[in-house]
Design a protein around this ligand. Structure first.
Ligand code: AHG
Ligand code: MN
Ligand code: MN
Length: 315
């Protein structure tokens, strides 16, 4: 029996019809991100074979070793999006400054974490790509609430493309035999509460008393929570989205604003969480309301199921 499967392309086109006056420009932009993700996925599958592992000896804006797959993913995404004719500017975690497109410039600004979870590349643990899309604006840096879309691709046993453009969250799994992403997780809704907490316990002694008490509440619960921590935000957030619970990257005594980047990681993932019925908190407020001070800004974050995040707010 022929079962109609919906491809990501068809889904985006259908969504486009919901936006009056849509020109297909956004659809083309998202499709280019999809195309880039397929190429990155195929390179990651071969990473162990083709010598693209290992350090480049370069450092990025955060003084972190840039792994070659980071560079490859960054170059690929910047090239494809610059050629798409839909991007006005591209800001990438791997670029020291935003890249403004001169020839065939478009109407959107894209913030990218081309390769999230770099430290996991050479031990064959899931990595991802995160994207966040704004309409072109004079101010360039706008609060996350202005995102027109955000999403991520998780390169794992399956390659899954998850995104929202403000009408809920949908997930698509790559069918390698066809090279198409097929709708596999329609209308993702995060459970109201979960049974997993996700934080790097190694830094526990450096956390604030409030964060320590919050983490302690999961261990002392009548039914203690499980701890799951991959160290790739895309994976930890994806699991939290599907299973519920909480993911957090707190500030600590050595990093007053934590490690995660507002524009490249916290805003897109908070947008997704909220679109799926979850919540996110940074420094006591909705991260999407933070007026960015600069594009490398970091913020601590707690995100996940309503019940767990509200518990954090009550502390
Ligand atoms: P990136 O590889 O893009 O720099 O991101 C890594 C981030 C994020 O993916 C993850 O949640 C966090 O680093 C893990 O940090 P710790 O190793 O300090 O826990
Ligand atoms: Mn990252
Ligand atoms: Mn990265």
């Amino acid at each position: 029996m022929y079962k109609k499967v919906i491809t990501l392309t068809e889904f985006i086109l259908k969504e486009e019809r919901n936006f009056t006056g849509s020109t297909g420009s956004f659809t083309l932009l998202l499709t280019q991100i999809e195309n880039a993700s397929k190429i990155i996925a195929s390179h990651i599958k071969k990473a162990g074979l083709v010598d693209i592992l290992g350090q480049t000896g370069q450092k990025n804006a955060y003084d972190e070793e840039v792994q070659r797959l980071d560079e490859f993913s960054n170059h690929l995404l910047v090239d494809i999006l610059s050629e798409s004719g839909q991007a006005h500017a591209i800001a990438s975690e791997e670029l020291d400054k935003p890249f403004f497109i001169k020839k065939h410039s478009g109407n959107y600004t894209v913030f990218l974490d081309p390769l999230d979870g770099s430290s996991n590349i050479d031990i064959n643990i899931n990595v991802g790509t995160i994207f966040s899309i704004y309409r072109k604006s004079e101010s360039f840096l706008e609060p996350g609430i202005k995102q027109v879309a955000a999403g991520y691709i998780i390169y794992g046993p399956s390659v899954i493309f998850v995104y929202s453009c403000g009408n809920g969250v949908n997930g698509f799994t790559l069918d390698p035999s066809m090279g198409s992403f097929l709708l596999s997780h329609p209308n993702i809704r995060i459970p109201k509460r979960g049974s997993i907490y996700s934080v790097n316990e190694g830094y526990f002694p450096l956390f604030s008393k409030k964060d320590q008490d919050y983490i302690g509440s999961f261990k002392d619960a009548i039914k203690p929570y499980k701890l799951r921590y991959v160290g790739t935000m895309v994976s930890d957030v994806h699991r939290t989205l599907l299973k519920g619970g909480v993911f957090m990257y707190p500030a600590d005594s050595k990093h007053s604003q934590g490690k995660l980047r507002l524009m490249y990681e916290v805003n897109p993932m908070s947008f997704i969480m909220q679109q799926a019925g979850g919540m996110a908190i940074s420094n006591g407020k909705n991260p999407l309301d933070i007026v960015p001070s600069d594009f490398t800004q970091k913020v601590p974050v707690v995100m996940g199921s309503k019940e767990e995040v509200e518990k954090y707010m009550e502390l």
